[in-house]
Write a protein that binds this ligand. Structure first.
Ligand code: HEC
Length: 260
């Protein structure tokens, strides 16, 4: 018995260690937590719209089809055609980009990766932080840099919405007597980087955060489209199993009545 308990405790400790290493992700990266609501269709629809308007010219979603997205996110087909698709595309087409890979490599140094599975590889918190962490940097070839992904080859695709921000420095996350870093008025913390807005964009900083939550939710949905239906199926399955259990108990009683 003792051996079994020791084995069990050892196993639990290892599992705990593995999960905490996973949670830490890429070493010392500080990420902001994203608060998505995957059952909020309006949020997912807005994310889809942002993606098609600002990202799809460089990044493909090579494993997603327009009509599947329309069905899952309850986007009426005429709206999809007007807002999300370009004239040459058909409803059942994959969401690929028209940018030739060779050109992309020449322009950016690396081809923009397909983003269908990025939310599984990088995790939603990383994407949410990354999308808000672009800042102006004259020393970089594109004129932009990113505090979470240093020397990134991607330019800031949404500066019109966010505005242009400047990085003031990195924060001491354990400073402020353990209460986190202290910021001056007009400063914003993204991950562990402190930013100041130089030129405001079309959205306020708070609105931009909400828009990036929507975009992150959309990419999280694309990485696993079945998750929208999975919970409903789970509830039905549990309900079915409970009814089955009751029937089995009744059946057992019925059989044993004759034996006793
Ligand atoms: C002008 C082209 C361009 C546009 C527009 C663009 N990207 Fe990118 N993106 C890139 C390139 C190039 C990279 C590769 C960066 C690198 O490896 O240095 C990249 C990388 C990324 C990555 C990191 C992938 C990884 O795991 O390394 C994410 C996430 C991403 N982009 C999301 C987006 C989103 C969301 C949008 C729309 C708001 C967008 N991108 C718009 C060119 C673009």
């Amino acid at each position: 018995m003792k051996k079994i308990i020791t084995l069990f405790v050892g196993f639990a400790a290892t599992a705990l260690m593995v999960s905490s290493v996973n949670a830490a992700g890429g070493g010392n990266e500080v990420k902001d937590e994203v608060h998505m609501n995957m059952s909020d269709k309006a949020s997912l629809q807005n994310g889809a719209k942002l993606f098609v308007n600002h990202c799809l010219n460089c990044h493909s979603l090579g494993y997603s089809r327009y009509n599947r997205v329309a069905e899952d996110l309850e986007i009426p087909l005429h709206l999809l055609k007007e807002n999300l698709m370009f004239t040459t595309e058909k409803e059942g087409d994959l969401m690929t980009t028209t940018m030739p890979v060779e050109d992309a490599k020449r322009w950016f140094g690396v081809a923009p990766p397909d983003l269908t599975l990025v939310a599984r590889v990088r995790k939603p918190d990383w994407i949410y932080t990354y999308l808000r962490a672009f800042y102006q940097d004259e020393s970089s070839p594109s004129g932009w840099n990113n505090s979470l992904f240093e020397n990134v080859a991607m330019p800031h695709a949404m500066y019109e919405l966010q505005g242009v921000q400047r990085m003031v420095g990195k924060a001491d996350m354990h400073g402020g007597d353990g209460h986190g870093p202290t910021l001056e008025a007009g400063q914003k913390l993204v991950g562990d980087a402190i930013f100041e807005l130089q030129h405001p964009g079309k959205l306020t900083p708070a609105e931009f955060d909400v828009a990036m939550t929507d975009l992150t939710a959309f990419l999280t949905y694309v990485a696993e489209p079945a998750q929208l239906k999975r919970k409903t199926i789970g509830v039905f399955t549990l309900g079915f199993l409970i009814i089955l259990l009751l029937l089995c108990i009744l059946l057992k009683k019925e059989y044993w009545r004759d034996v006793h």
